[in-house]
Design a protein around this ligand. Structure first.
Ligand code: THU
Length: 124
């Protein structure tokens, strides 16, 4: 999973920031789904790697209970932005492992719930 996030990082489209981020999700059936940051000249349309990855997971029909763990890779360890944390708390289980790694494999570990305590949820 960590290797896949680092590999995905190299596919980032980030001509404005030049800051490549990769994300990967390890699923219960052994599949690994990745995402990268994709920027746009209209900056606000840019997408972070974490959300690209999770939207890709859901687009393939998987849901939160299928996700064993999640990884974010960049040249230095980055913690997900607020928007990604809100998406992560909705699309993953609160106790799912999140590994934040740099390109050398140094890492920090969290659970999804550590990244956004007291989060907004609509009970639907
Ligand atoms: N970025 C991510 O993809 N994930 C993060 O956790 C932090 C920031 C992206 C957004 C933008 O394309 C670039 O990194 C610089 O902020």
């Amino acid at each position: 999973m960590i290797r896949s996030a680092i590999e995905a990082m190299h596919n980032a489209y980030c001509p404005y920031s030049n800051f490549k981020v990769g994300a990967s999700a390890l699923l219960k059936d052994g599949t690994i789904v990745v995402g990268t940051n994709i920027e746009n000249a209209s900056y606000g349309l840019s997408m972070c790697a974490e959300r690209a990855c999770l939207y890709n997971v859901y687009s393939k029909g998987y849901r939160k209970n299928d996700i064993i763990s999640f990884c974010v890779a960049a040249k230095k360890i980055v913690t997900p932005c607020g928007a990604c944390r809100q998406v992560m708390i909705e699309l993953m289980n609160p106790d799912t492992l999140v590994v934040l790694t740099d390109s050398l494999g140094h890492s920090k570990e969290y659970q999804v719930k550590d990244l956004l305590p007291d989060s907004f949820k609509l009970e639907v």
